[in-house]
Design a protein around this ligand. Structure first.
Ligand code: SAM
Length: 240
């Protein structure tokens, strides 16, 4: 199927809507991503149709379980080439998006991409989730946090939950191992001041891959000593 048609019908199948300006931005995103990818390692996916399904539709599928409103503060941790943050920003231009990644080459790509796509109200942060999670400007400050393909959920919780405001949500995209990951992450969710809410299976159009969204809600302040120093959550995940 033609790339544009794949995008438009895929968005419709997810019950979301898209206008012609947004379609153009997604198509430009493909060109810019694949051009940069020849020089900077951004993604293993280099076929435009796969970019639409595995990056764009997978990213925006997050919006099927939440109601993103103008002014919502959204953090994407380990955003890489902008997933899921940038596709969500294209579809919901009035959110305030922060993109964080520990690799500066990826942050530079995102700055250039955002200029070319004319996206505003995006903050670019080069650094580690563990460091910024202790920074009072960012801690307990976001309505939604996303982090796709960054770590197992018990590790990811320590990267993400400290950023959430009271009643904010961490939406985690997971594959077929979701139940096992959630079971292993329940104690970290509780310790970090959140509550497991639900696992929602997603039918991602044009693929048989199993996709799920895990919803975790912040209910208390995160204890001050979390997140621990950079590297520690991965070496020694919270268990219980
Ligand atoms: C496999 S990539 C996934 C990128 C993107 N989220 C996606 O789904 O395509 C993981 C990204 O997380 C970043 N990352 C891993 N651990 C991190 C940490 N502790 N703090 C900030 N970024 C991190 C890496 O630099 C990398 O860009």
């Amino acid at each position: 199927m033609e790339v544009k048609k794949l995008l438009v019908t895929g968005v419709e199948k997810l019950d979301l809507s898209i206008n012609s300006e947004q379609i153009e931005k997604f198509l430009d995103y493909i060109d810019i991503l694949l051009k940069w990818n020849e020089k900077v390692n951004l993604t293993a996916i280099d076929d435009p149709q796969d970019v639409v399904v595995k990056h764009f539709l997978d990213s925006i599928s997050c919006a099927t379980v939440i109601d993103l409103k103008p002014g919502d503060k959204v953090m994407d941790i380990g955003t890489g080439a902008g997933f899921p943050g940038i596709p969500l920003k294209i579809l919901y231009p009035e959110i305030e998006l922060s993109l964080l990644d520990s690799r500066n080459k990826r942050i530079n790509f995102l700055k250039s991409l955002s200029r070319e796509l004319d996206l505003d109200n995006i903050e670019f942060i080069h650094g580690r989730a563990e460091d910024y999670g202790q920074n009072p400007e960012y801690r307990e400050n976001f309505d939604y946090v996303f982090a796709r393909a960054v770590a197992a959920l018990n590790i990811l919780n320590e990267y993400t939950i400290p950023f959430l405001k009271h009643r904010g949500s961490f939406i985690s995209q997971k594959g077929s191992e979701v139940k096992k990951e959630v079971a292993e992450a329940l104690s970290s969710i509780e310790i970090l001041g959140a509550e497991f809410y639900d696992i929602i299976p997603i039918e991602l159009p044009y693929t048989a891959a199993e996709r799920n969204l895990v919803i975790i809600n912040k209910v208390r302040e995160t204890p001050k000593h979390y997140p621990r120093q950079a590297g520690v959550p991965k070496q020694d995940p919270i268990s219980g």
